[in-house]
Ligand binder design. Sequence first.
Ligand SMILES: [Zn+2]
Length: 496
Amino acid sequence: MIKVIKNISNVYDSTVTRIFLLILFCAMGAGKSALAQDLPDLGDPFRDDFSLFQERVIGDSIMGNIRSSPAYVSDPEIADYLNHLGYQLVANSDSPATEFYFFVLINQTLNAFALPGGYVGVHSGLILESDNESMLAGVLAHEVAHVTQRHIARIIAGQGRARIGSLAAMAAAILAARSGGDVAQAAVMTSVALPMQSRLNFTREHEREADRIGLRILKQSEFDPHQVPLFFKHLQRQSRLYESGVPEYLRTHPINSERIADIEARLAKVSLVQVEDSIALLFVKARLRIYQDGSLSAIEIFKEQLNSQDKKVRVAGMYGLIYSLIVGNELNALTLDEARATVDAALSFEPGHPMLLSLEADFERLLGDLDRAGVLYAEALEHYPSRKSLVYGYAELLLSSERFKDLEKLMSDLVWSAEVRDPKYYEYRAKAHAGLKQKMAMHLDYSEVLAMTGNLVGAINELLAAQKATDGDFFLRTSVDSRLRELEEIQRTLAQ
Ligand SMILES: [Zn+2]
């Protein structure tokens, strides 16, 4: 269920740097349709050569590679938190309808970046170093502004039209390669990305514009914009810690005294905002601390937090201790009775908090009390029916206790009701069908998992296998046949 990452690997660095270079090369037309009327003072980049569809194809493809990197954080609590925060900001931007997806990479440097297709990545180090939610929101708002103002597109536009022609060709190549599997896709990406080393930075004008618009978004979302210059001080402190000098954020978003003065001038008339931080940020930090530094060293920090004067910090310390027991199997840090008492104490401070309910149920499940865990998940899901951490945890419990019928029902309800399609829902339902020995239904669901993760050939093969199964009723057979026709039609279109 939960991916634990103990250290940052070099594999990540080289892959992601390469991908990031590619991104700047190929990102065109971010938020193009919605923003055509709102492109102020930065000239007129190409608006028509690169469709939103192509941008999405390239963004999805890059994201596919990032998702398979060990640094990618798939933790549902963290994803929920960051996207909730991000969408608060997007709602107050110039193009609130733009689709975004915010994600975290385990990396202790302070950085954040935007990709084509509305993907915004944040390093774990940046979240851990954020003193409060406004500071983190300030960085996200800046990235949101880079996307809505189409800055990456503008950089590419500066490279000249000849290159852009080859971008359309590249989008087509990625689509074709996607049907041929990961190896072909990687080959396409590497060949395009490597020559792009020198073109990483946004210009000063881009930065000023992203600052200006980011501050506006931050104010309208009722966060404290004065946290932005404080974040820059964190950066300066970090640059003293690293021998090589400049932190990554400064390389991708150059800051100079003029830019800081500009921000401070804008803030001179803005009154201080007192924002009550959510405890969710402290819980998210606890999880990230474990992923980034490992549970053994994180436990020392959590134990210190237990002595804090601040109630929220104490509860976060309890949360971190229990979570490190869960993921790191570090039961020697507390006895079982102490651990249970700690969960109860945390819940008495923050009764009904969904992250604590989920923690409590996971704790009982992993300790082996499946009956108690089952009751806890079911109760919590009544209040938070689509909360992913609860859904995944309960699904694992149903799977391990071979309650396949219950699992099938839980996932079917979610598949029908969820606003956002989640391949994991289909994957869990496929496992339920497998347990129930329903082969046709199982292949149909696996085909959906593959289609949603961009593997068209695999999806079609699953449907062909579904057709060969003989255990489906008329309606199921009809669904398989019509889905197969749809996917084959898409495949023919791509081949042309
Ligand atoms: Zn920037």
